[in-house]
Every structure is written in C-alpha cells, then in structure tokens.
Design a protein around this ligand. Structure first.
Ligand code: ADE
Length: 238
C-alpha cells in the first residue's frame, strides 16, 4: 500500500509511523510519500492562502494550489485508483469499519488542511470527479489534519495483511470481538492479565487459570459486554 500525504508540513512524516510494527514494514509492506502544498504556491512569497470572501477570521487555502498538489499526488498511482481522503472535522466520523475498508486499497492520498480551511470549490471538484471522502477522527478541532492522518493510517495498517505479527489480532481487539459462535461483534475489549497471579492484593480472575477454554471464552464475552454497556452503550444500539 502506497500512502501519499498532501500537507504543508511534510517533515512531520513519517513521525510516529516510523516506530513499532508499522515502522518495521515501512518500505516493505507499505510506503509513504509526501507532497508539499507550498511547492504549488502561485506567488513569489510562497503564500498558499488568502482572506475569506465574506469576511471573518483566519485564512483559506486557495483552490488552484490544492488542485495542483492533489494532481501531483495522483501521479504516484499510474496503475490504480487510490482512495482520496480529506481530513476535516466536517467529515464522516472515522471508525474501525472505515479502517478495514480503506485497508483494501493499494493506495491512499490523504489531504491535510490547515488554517481556517480550504476553498470549498476544490473540495467539491475532488468529491465529484475523484470520489474524495471527507473524514473526521472525532468531535473536536485540531490545528490541522496531520495528526488525524496518522491516526487513520495506524488503524488501517493493522488490517494490512502481514503488518501485525498475528493476522488474527486486529479482529480480536476493542470494537471487534469474536462472539462464542465465531461471529464478529462491536464490543470494547475484555481485560487482559499476565504474571504474577497475585499483584499488590489484586488477583487474576480464577476462570483464566482454569484451563477451561469454553468457560474462558464465555467469561471474556461477558466482560466485554459489561464494559461496553457501562461506557459505550451506543455501540450496543442503546
Ligand atoms: N482537522 C482538524 N480537526 C480534525 C478532526 N477532528 N478530524 C480530522 N481532521 C481534522
């Protein structure tokens, strides 16, 4: 999978993506390129933005500059159609299902805005002509889309075959637990324990020491349901 980040701050990448399991496979199972929006500035001051029509605070990135930058990013994909994503708090809320879906693409282009925003016309154009999706990582506003891009890249890479040690693992974490009958359910993860059996007056639940796998599976699902009911009842449709 080739990921291209379109940003005013290419030096922020790969950043934390160079560590741990994603970092080990960077350049092997996945690759990262950046396109610097500023290189497409149309003036000698290297400015990319201007004041908003209608007035108001902040600056807006000009449509022609974003268009040129995205067109340049597309050149990295001569043989396939990447998913194109605009990171914005106005987008559809990101979740594990979206991560799984994006992981099926051979390529992703991620546009990271800054300042007050990007001229709407270039967004409309790329939605209409290139199927661009707008994604938010939560109901809060960041200074720009770069951290949000890293969040979605990390969660997508967990679904790219070979990146995790055990290919089953992303399917057995919070938001995706296998029920006793093997079907997938959206629940928060059950608690995990390791040695020692007793620590600081807290004991490992005895069922986990029983060796009875059916009982353990049942206990874990029950725990996951209980935790989900208590902190995220919305996941259960309540
Ligand atoms: N850019 C600024 N805030 C954001 C958010 N919550 N999600 C995605 N991109 C953003």
């Amino acid at each position: 999978m080739l990921i291209t980040i379109v940003t005013l701050f290419p030096e922020m990448f790969p950043g934390m993506l160079a560590y741990s399991l994603p970092g080990k496979q960077l350049g092997n199972l996945w690759d990262l390129k950046t396109v610097n929006i500023r290189e497409f500035s149309d003036n000698k001051w290297q400015k990319v933005d201007d004041t908003p029509y209608g007035g108001g605070a902040g600056m807006v990135i000009k449509p022609n500059i974003i268009h040129e930058a995205l067109t340049d990013a597309l050149k990295n994909y001569p043989n396939n159609e990447p998913a194109i994503i605009n990171m914005t708090p106005r987008g559809r809320l990101f979740n594990n299902a979206t991560a799984r879906n994006l992981a099926e693409y051979d390529g992703l282009i991620i546009l990271c805005g800054r300042y007050e925003g990007i001229d709407q016309r270039v967004i409309d154009h790329w939605i209409q002509h290139h199927n661009m999706q707008e994604i938010s990582i939560g109901d809060y506003v960041l200074f720009g889309g770069e951290v949000a891009a890293m969040v979605i890249i990390e969660s997508c890479l967990r679904f790219v075959p070979g990146i995790m040690h055990n290919e089953d693992s992303p399917e057995d974490e919070s938001f995706c637990i296998k029920d006793i009958n093997g079907s997938r359910v959206d629940l928060l993860e059950y608690p995990q324990y390791t040695k020692p059996v007793s620590w600081s007056g807290y004991d490992v639940p005895s069922v986990l020491l029983s060796g009875n796998h059916a009982e353990i599976a049942k206990w874990r699902i029950e725990q996951a349901k209980q935790i989900t009911r208590s902190v995220r009842p919305d996941l259960l449709g309540h």
